[in-house]
Design a protein around this ligand. Structure first.
Ligand code: ADP
Length: 277
């Protein structure tokens, strides 16, 4: 009998939380959050305002320490990473600040290289990473511009490029499509999707538009009042019931005959009463 080789085709777990709870001084923001996200998945983090999305991102980033429970990246406890090592694993794009960086786009994106920096200054690997990040976000033509002179959409692309230049294995984003026009929303989400597929980066992004979630995400994490209400493939989590009961909107699921895409339309757009009891 020939020896049998068993191949494990499951992707490694990139992010795992177990029983994570967190309280601010004024009360609990997260309660007993447990999930595992596989490498190269694009996960949408959705939930109403105040449901704990930003707090959860900050816990995964190590900015906040859970009151109880654990977080691991690639099976290694978050608490065991030194700051620079952690920055090689995980990059963050926060909600766009009103920025006044007096830097060119190229200089700003190069700041993303800080976990790789040495006392000898920039290496050719740093320059290549900055160029690749600008290419990936279609922002290369902006390289010499002063960051403060860019439009909101261009600034957002550059902030994502800065996170990509960090060449981390995990990327967290807090509403990256906020304030962007439709073209930039699609362009940014397509760039994130390519990152997952081509470079096996794992992405968690806060998104509010259930149609963008349905189009781009593999999985969805659905939070409500600090608890994890659902986690799994988008087609299972983003449905009429969850949209009604958790996001508080009465929407009808439809399938586009031409593209096969599933999308949601409000049943009564002129009457936006809360549907939750
Ligand atoms: P989301 O990102 O889903 O809007 P957050 O994580 O920002 O939600 O907030 C979750 C809860 O924690 C909310 O009730 C919010 O008011 C509270 N919260 C957030 N940040 C702080 C803070 N720094 N101090 C006290 N409470 C906070």
């Amino acid at each position: 009998m020939p020896a049998t080789t068993v191949f494990n085709m499951e992707p490694p777990t990139a992010i795992e939380t177990r029983g994570v709870s967190f309280a601010y001084a004024n009360g609990l923001a997260l309660t007993d959050i447990t999930f595992a996200i596989g490498e190269a998945e694009l996960v949408a983090l959705i939930g109403p305002n105040g449901s704990g999305k930003t707090t959860l991102l900050k816990i995964i980033l190590g900015f906040l320490r859970p009151s109880s429970g654990t977080v691991a990246l690639y099976n290694q406890p978050l608490s065991s990473f030194a700051p620079k090592e952690l920055a090689k694993q995980i990059a963050y794009v926060s909600q766009q600040p009103v920025s006044s960086f007096p830097l060119t786009v190229f200089e700003l994106v190069a700041l993303g290289r800080y976990p790789h920096s040495s006392r000898f200054g920039s290496s050719s690997a740093d320059l290549l990473a900055v160029e690749a990040a600008l290419n990936h976000t279609d922002a290369k033509h902006l390289g010499a511009r002063n960051f403060t002179t860019l439009s909101g959409g261009e600034q957002q692309k550059v902030l994502i490029a800065r996170a990509l230049a960090q060449t981390a294995r995990i990327l967290l984003l807090d509403e990256p499509t906020l304030h962007l026009d439709l073209y930039y929303q699609l362009q940014i989400l397509a760039a994130l999707k390519r990152l997952c597929v081509e470079q096996r980066v794992t992405v968690i992004t806060v998104l509010h538009d259930v149609n963008l979630v349905s189009l781009f995400a593999d999985k969805a994490l659905l939070l409500s009042a600090g608890t994890l209400r659902a986690f799994g493939p988008v087609s299972e989590v983003v449905n009429e019931t969850n949209i009604r009961e958790i996001l508080d909107v009465d929407m009808k699921a439809t399938e586009d005959g031409e593209t096969g895409a599933r999308y949601f339309v409000p049943r009564d757009p002129l009457n936006s009463r809360r549907v939750r009891k």
